[in-house]
Design a protein around this ligand. Structure first.
Ligand SMILES: Cc1ncc(C[n+]2csc(CCOP(=O)(O)OP(=O)(O)O)c2C)c(N)n1
Length: 642
């Protein structure tokens, strides 16, 4: 196998050019084999195999830097940059990441997982290069979905201004996760056909040459002026106006063309944008036919593409499904409800809503900050937008939440899917900061359902609320609880006392309620009487219940699948402090102050003590510790008295 000869990019560059297509086939097969077992981002990675080979062949990597956008397409890059032996551990706990990681390889120059960062990062690197007087090339590779974000345009804008020799490779497959949306996308499609320019060119030529006597010289003049004419009517005018030399579109699967083009681009001393056209899922029939399904896929049969039968019983709904169904129900009775997705209509369960209510559904593209401000615009005119964005991606819309949403106290619901530990996508995607970045903003209501049944009631509660609210819920299936047929409105700021007790009060939020209930039952069997509160609301907190139960038990344990710093437990501590209950013994269970690695949700929850066993063990140890302290202080009182 050719791949056996390649341990690094230097080895790749020693292969004769004629062997590169065969190498592409080997890489493709390796990607399909491994991803069929591990799951992962199949279609995007298959689409850039030739592009990846050509980049590493044409440039002196890793001295020259390739900066991947999102990084979900970097599997061929991983195989070619010394990680072939570990490739079978892709996305597994303890294995290599599904995204570029500087810790993993000197060929990974920027950690990534969120979209649209490559141009800014690459421009920073190239600027550092010049300050330090070094000599290398920097190439940003960005998809047509990711380039539509504001962040990417901010990078392009400054790049045009700095006029450094940054190369941006625009990988255009006309897809984001779903087919791309937006004006930029249709602009790129027009460029791809080039028909407009070609037709105009032929017509002009025929017209000029048809004019007697002066026609030929006018044609020659026009030919000379073609470059300037190009500037007016040709592909890439948008990028050229931004200060880039536009090159393309070229076939991103033709290695010879790619190498030829990179050879020319290498010598430019100004910014260039190379527009390559690729097929998402290339070389794998089922992925080519259904690139959305194989964008991010669970393990599958490599022959047929069939996804392994889910182990779960069909009657257990995912939170995403419940959210989608609830939106359909609510929208039927309330014309003011509109829905927003940021390029994730399927991932967020809004696809059925989009189908049924096309006029009330907006896919804003990969543009979360815009999506929230857009929602605010809809809200000031009397509608109730529900913006369904993953917890991790809402991070980049913080100022829009503060300045546009909460300051104006607008009725907008944020449906934060994938809150908590998301699993194999890892630290770039864990949604463990949303409570912290939302709960301190005035006017914001923050809630988290204990299970999929409570989720539907919370969504109803949120859309009835005349102000901003966020509902955070986890990735994956619920607990298989019975689903109420009637949607209910919950009282905002009211928690639910599930168990009364006298030794300790466990106050849990969201998906930590059920495992806490299991833990409390186990403690009860050992004679420890634990009260259990389903907090429901992070903000406003049910202060009355929390203070009452704290006073009764003298010990409070909070449980959350969220960062401890600034999280739900911190809110409860603030509540105890405000209630002048400083004598209460407290324990907060949650995510420590570190970025959590990738791995199955179950494995991570176990490791970080966020399953029933972990909660039980922590509470038991906490009680024993606090009892020992009581015994010790009683002993010291007795000694003093004696
Ligand atoms: C800020 C942000 N929003 C959403 C996502 C989810 N996401 C991952 S890949 C992707 C599509 C990217 O499309 P494109 O750049 O065209 O790359 P392709 O997958 O088509 O190769 C999306 C929306 C993300 N990673 N980051």
């Amino acid at each position: 196998m050719l791949l056996d000869k390649i341990n690094n990019t230097k080895d790749l560059r020693e292969l004769p050019k004629e062997e590169l297509s065969a190498l592409a086939e080997e890489i493709r097969q390796e990607i399909i084999d491994v991803v069929s077992k591990t799951g992962g981002h199949l279609a995007a990675s298959l689409g850039v195999v030739e592009l990846t080979i050509a980049l590493h062949y044409a440039f002196d990597t890793p001295k020259d830097r390739i900066v991947w956008d999102v990084g979900h397409q970097s599997y061929a890059h991983k195989i070619l940059t010394g990680r072939r032996a570990q490739f079978s551990t892709l996305r597994q706990h303890g294995g290599i990441s599904g995204f570029p990681k500087r810790d993993e390889s000197p060929c990974d120059h920027f950690d990534v997982g969120h979209a649209s960062t490559s141009i800014s990062a690459a421009l920073g690197m190239i600027s550092a290069r010049d300050i330090k007087g070094e000599d290398y090339r920097v190439i940003a590779v960005i998809g047509d979905g990711s380039i539509s974000a504001g962040l990417a345009f901010e990078g392009l804008n400054q790049a045009g201004d700095l006029k450094k020799n940054l190369i941006v490779v625009l990988n255009d497959n006309e897809m984001s996760i779903s087919p791309n949306v937006g004006a930029l996308s249709s602009y790129l499609s027009r460029l791809m056909s080039r028909q407009f320019y070609t037709k105009l060119r032929i017509e002009t030529k025929n017209f000029l040459q048809g004019i007697p006597r002066v026609g030929e010289s006018m044609f020659n003049f026009a030919k000379k002026a073609e470059e300037s004419l190009k500037g007016l009517v040709t592909p890439g005018i948008l990028f050229e106006e931004l200060g880039f030399q536009y090159v393309g579109p070229i076939n991103g699967h033709n290695i010879d063309h790619l190498l030829e083009t990179f050879k020319n681009l290498k010598n430019l001393t100004w910014p260039a944008l190379l527009h390559v056209v690729t097929k998402k899922g290339k070389g794998c029939e089922f992925a080519e036919c259904n690139p959305s399904q194989y964008h991010g896929t669970p393990p599958f049969d490599p022959e047929t593409g069939n996804v392994a039968a889910q182990k779960r019983s069909q009657s257990i709904f995912s939170y995403t499904e419940v959210f989608g169904e609830t939106m359909l129900k609510l929208a039927e009775d309330n014309d003011n409800i509109v829905a927003i997705s940021a390029a994730m209509s399927e991932g967020t369960g809004l696809d059925k809503f989009a189908e049924k209510y096309p006029d009330r559904f907006f896919d804003v593209g990969i543009a979360e900050p815009h999506g929230i401000t857009f929602a605010c615009g809809l809200a000031v005119e009397g509608l109730h937008p529900v913006a369904a964005i993953y917890s991790t991606f809402t991070q980049r819309a913080y100022d829009q939440v503060v300045h546009d949403l909460c300051l104006q106290n607008l009725p907008v619901t944020l449906a934060l899917d994938r809150a908590g530990l998301v699993g194999e996508d890892g630290p770039t995607h864990h949604g463990v900061f949303d409570i912290a970045y939302l709960r301190h903003v005035p006017n914001m209501v923050v809630m988290a359902p204990r299970d999929e049944n409570e989720l539907q009631h919370m969504i109803k509660t949120a859309v009835e609320h005349q102000g901003p609210s966020a509902v955070r819920y986890p990735r994956g299936t619920g607990f298989g609880v019975p689903m109420d047929q009637e949607l209910k409105s919950l009282e905002i700021g009211k928690a639910e006392l599930l168990l009364d007790g006298s030794d300790v009060a466990i106050i849990a939020i969201g998906n930590m309620v059920h495992p806490s209930l299991d833990a409390a039952k186990r403690l009860a069997r050992e004679g420890i009487s634990a009260a259990l509160v389903n907090a429901r609301f992070v903000k406003p907190l049910d202060k009355e219940l929390i203070l009452r139960i704290a006073r009764k038990t003298g010990r409070v344990v909070t449980v959350e699948e969220h960062a401890l710093l600034g999280g739900f437990g911190s809110a409860v501590l603030e509540c105890l402090d405000a209630g002048k209950m400083s004598g209460i013994k407290t324990l907060r269970i949650g995510i420590p102050d570190t970025f959590i690695e990738h791995g199955p949700q179950k494995v991570l929850r176990r490791k970080y003590g966020l399953d029933a066993d972990g909660i039980y063990a922590s509470v038991k140890e906490f009680i024993e510790r606090s009892r020992l302290k009581v015994v010790a202080s009683l002993a010291s009182i007795r000694v003093k008295d004696a």
